[in-house]
Design a protein around this ligand. Structure first.
Ligand SMILES: [Zn+2]
Length: 167
């Protein structure tokens, strides 16, 4: 039987509660935690590295309408919450779950996000018309096409194995 992926219409934002990142001090796996949605104002964002003990806290800047300012895309803009690149949204630290793939970079915020991508890419049958803002509708073409399926799954596996090797 062919593997199926049922659209769950999850937005990228729904995976942003935790980011596995490289610590800017020791380069080890560390994390940025944000239980609240990015548009939620005055919420403290935390960075924690259990390897070297570095900790940081930050409250995102607001605009004159008292709203958080969010930028979508893959270039970093200071003073914004930056959604869409291979870094966390608040501090801009490089994601830990990354691997080169098909001339691009495959990345995920956390293990749940990575497994979601894996399930989607693995599926030979995909649900029709996903919500236009969902992760599945916004994935780059190179991740969606059948000829890249094995390469993408290999990259996902490589990331998973890298995680398993951490003490
Ligand atoms: Zn560290």
């Amino acid at each position: 039987m062919k593997k199926q992926f049922k659209n769950r219409h999850r937005m990228l934002e729904s995976f942003g509660y935790e980011f596995a990142v490289h610590c800017p001090n020791c380069n080890e796996k560390s994390k940025v935690i944000s239980p609240e949605a990015p548009y939620y104002t005055d919420a403290i964002k935390r960075f924690i590295c259990t390897s070297c003990g570095l900790m940081k806290e930050k409250i995102p800047d607001k605009n004159c309408f008292n709203q958080n300012v969010i930028s979508y895309g893959n270039s970093w803009r200071d003073g914004f919450i930056n959604i869409g690149g291979n870094y966390d949204w608040y501090f801009g630290y490089p994601l830990y779950l990354q691997a080169p793939c098909c001339g691009h970079t495959l990345w995920a915020y956390n293990i749940e996000h990575l497994c979601y991508l894996e399930e989607y890419v693995e599926a030979e049958l995909r649900g029709p018309s996903p919500y236009y803002l969902s992760v599945e509708s916004r994935l780059p073409i190179w991740m969606k096409i059948a000829k890249n399926r094995n390469a993408v799954l290999k990259a996902i596996n490589k990331i998973k194995h890298g995680l398993l090797s951490i003490k």
